[in-house]
Ligand binder design. Sequence first.
Ligand code: 4AD
Ligand code: MG
Length: 502
Amino acid sequence: MLKQLPATHLHNILSLQPIYIFMFNKRIRIKDLLASDKTNYEATVMGWVRTFRNNQFIALNDGSTNNTIQVVAGLGEFDDTVLKRITTGACIKASGQVVASLGKGQKVELKASSIEILGDSDAEKFPLQPKKHSLEFLREIAHLRFRTNTFGSVFRIRQTLAYAIHKFFNDKGFVYMHTPIITASDAEGAGEMFRVTTLPLDGSAPKNEDGTVNYKEDFFGRSTNLTVSGQLEGELAAMAFSDIYTFGPTFRAENSNTTRHLAEFWMIEPEVAFNDLEDNMNLAEEFIKYVIKYAMDNNADDLEFLAQRLADEEKQKPQNERSEMGLIEKLKFVVDNDFERLTYTQAIEILKESNHNKKKKFQYPVEGWGTDLQSEHERYLVEKHFKKPVILTDYPKEIKSFYMRQNDDGKTVAAMDILAPGIGEIVGGSQREERLDKLTQRMEEMNIPAEELWWYLDTRKFGACPHAGFGLGFERLVQFVTGMGNIRDVIPFPRYPKSSEF
Ligand code: 4AD
Ligand code: MG
């Protein structure tokens, strides 16, 4: 309860006793308290009441773990006025002796000598009752869903994965680049951008003679948008630091109402000078395995909880739809096995010849070379055919971005997509076109304005070199590791069409 201030200065001058002040927040995190067998010492815990049984046993959680500490309010030791306020959702501070627990499921408990109500919670109105709620309902109360076991586990794992990503690249000597969020370019050339403007929307914005909005009068003096990818700026930095990565929010105004798309998502984009497509694949595979293993090593409890949750969910499904592996088994399998690598052309052959295709079971039948793979095709390859993550390379240039390196066949580009079981595409990347003439020619063909990307083209004029990179969708990774079915449940406050609450 008492803390010594670093008062050396005063101490020297005045030769006083050290100064003590009272500290409110001298608490032990519940995870740390539960991790030790130690008993018979004083401790203070703070957290939110999950349940209060028999006017005596409080299950208290502070988000450090899904486990709760049992705080025991001895019969007759506390005022009724206090006991009444110990309700599900209330925030309390409890101090007392840590003692061996007689109850099952926990080694120690806290025998409270004092209980302070920090924040009341009206039990009638608190939306989170101690029972199972649907994920859809919890999405509507995303401001409170952190207090459930499922979301506690998901977001602790998200934290671990974010940390592991930085650690992986930092340990390899990569420079973390902060690329801009507001840009004037469309890195993917797909036109799925959110506009950024300070011009009025009531029709009074300044106009050009032809009636179009005059963006010269806008904040940046031109039309701007939220970035869809930090790649182009990342490439600029790689042309100086050799190895860089980005990790930031990206935005896509695609009207996709699926379990794998968000309008605002986080992306990790490494870019490496002197890497070719194979180096790029090796880096991506090593990276994915590293971060998954890191979560398995550091979030065992949370993963076990989510694995159990998933297993219970699977039991509701008909036998033939159940997955063959449990969550932890699946993660271990990915970490321990090589990803399957093949070209787009080989994949098309496999799909075309599959019984699935012949029996017309694909919604989009696979007929010939050149069209983009639908997610049903990706999932067939990964889940039915190879039963492991797959890296597809060398896609037709028509279905890929302008910056990808053109192969000698004149038809394909040095692209790579990584497809994961249950998720589909988790990584998209490529070797980049470093040859100025080939790049400008492709941009012309695709109507990408060269004058707006003059700075990007400059790197092809001044010391260009082979280089490659990829983008990993962070939420798809979190989805894969946690086994959550919907991407909206692995980001705190999801943005998708018609939804921007919180
Ligand atoms: O394949 P994409 O569009 O590639 C790029 O943006 C490149 N500039 C990356 C690079 O080479 N540096 O997106 C990369 C990844 C996808 O594989 C997917 O995991 C994720 O970003 N992604 C999304 N995640 C959630 N919601 C969306 N709407 C997403 N769109 C892409
Ligand atoms: Mg892609």
